[in-house]
Design a binder for this molecule. Structure first.
Ligand SMILES: [Zn+2]
Length: 367
């Protein structure tokens, strides 16, 4: 049996990526095929192209009940050594909250992000931002680190190496990134952070447990990294115990993206649902998307979690962080933001381009 859907309803998936607005129908079709009622769009900004955040705001505008938006920062000023003007990071966060974003998305802490902008999150550049987000109580979905295999060329999976997600001694190291996060959490213990991809601690559940116990406002999302499923499947009883013990600290993420076919979307979400809900032993289906790797990579063993625990993972916990329903979008404010993102993209790239940001700004104005 290859097609696997959840037995639960009203599922909120907290980690989904929206591509260009031309993929609006595809996004809905993918989520519908998987039985996902609502999604948190995690919207990293690409400051050179103006992509990332405007498309997510567009979906929130079109389907206000259905899409939460976690907005990424724009670092154009820093990247251009001050030539391109943006608001400070703290002002960006305030503005996102004011126009109806539901939280922040961060990728600062993925080694590739560090290659582009080598500024640790403990740097004074981020100081006001952390204080501001802590004050606002805005939840953050934050991708820090990557699987340890990515630092070892012999172990890096092909699908990751093909994306240049393979690192060497010149790159920032995994423990350095964790130490920087610890410092941020020590300074700002009230930050409400959900670490994406299980914080890449799935190979060491005792460490993951210590981390959660030391930081009561921190959560983990389940977006693959397919290695998470394989790692935890090596010790399914310890895995089940971890999930039962930390049932309030784990949120669903599938890393669904809008360019997937409905069949690929079902394959992607199905492995997570089946892992959490059954006692089956199974493999990634052969028709799954490339980022999940081939079926030969490993065996997944189901955790067979009770419905009460599933309902927390599938939405209740994220709703306690980001609201029972998505915040209302201020369309005029969102349009002005998209205009700014379009201007920044033109200035930073030095190219006149019809950006997603400009398209979304026009759509907002036509309404
Ligand atoms: Zn993601």
């Amino acid at each position: 049996m290859n097609e696997w859907r959840s037995r639960m309803t009203d599922i909120l998936d907290g980690h989904v990526h929206m591509g260009p607005i031309e993929q609006e129908r595809a996004m809905l079709a993918a989520a519908d095929a998987c039985g996902i009622a609502r999604t948190g769009l995690v919207a990293i900004q690409d400051p050179w192209s103006g992509e990332g955040l405007p498309e997510a705001l567009y979906m929130k505008w079109r389907y206000p009940e259905r899409f939460y938006v976690f907005a990424g920062l724009n670092h154009a000023t820093r990247l251009s050594q001050g030539k391109v003007r943006t608001e400070s990071l703290a002002d960006q966060a305030r503005r996102f909250a004011a126009i109806g974003c539901d939280g922040m998305k961060m990728i600062e802490g993925k080694p590739t992000s560090r290659q582009r902008m080598d500024v640790p999150v403990t740097d004074p550049y981020f100081a006001d931002y952390w204080a501001c987000v802590e004050d606002l109580g805005l939840p953050i979905v934050w991708h820090v680190n990557d699987p340890e295999e990515f630092w070892d060329p012999a172990l890096t999976p092909k699908w990751a190496a093909d994306r240049n997600w393979g690192y060497g001694p010149a790159d920032v190291q995994k423990e350095t990134l964790y130490a920087e996060v610890d410092e941020v959490l020590a300074r700002h213990p009230n930050l409400k952070i959900t670490f994406a991809h299980f914080y890449f601690l799935s190979a060491d559940l005792p460490r993951a447990a210590r981390f959660l116990e030391a930081h009561p406002n921190v959560h983990l999302d389940l977006a693959p990294g397919v290695e998470m499923l394989y790692n935890i499947s090596r010790h399914p009883d310890a895995g089940r115990d971890f999930f039962l013990r930390h049932r309030d600290r784990i949120t669903l993420g599938t890393d669904l993206f809008s360019s997937l076919t409905p069949e690929q979307a079902v394959a992607r979400t199905g492995i997570t649902f089946r892992w959490l809900e059954t006692q089956d032993e199974f493999r990634v289906p052969g028709f799954a998307d490339y980022l999940l790797g081939p079926p030969e990579d490993g065996i997944i063993r189901g955790l067979s979690l009770p419905d009460e625990v599933l309902s927390r993972i599938y939405g209740k916990t994220l709703m306690s962080l980001a609201g029972a329903t998505p915040a209302r979008l201020d369309v005029a404010g969102a349009g002005a933001l998209c205009d700014d993102i379009a201007r920044i993209a033109t200035e930073l790239s030095g190219k006149e381009q019809d950006t997603q940001a400009a398209k979304v700004a026009r759509a907002f104005k036509s309404s």
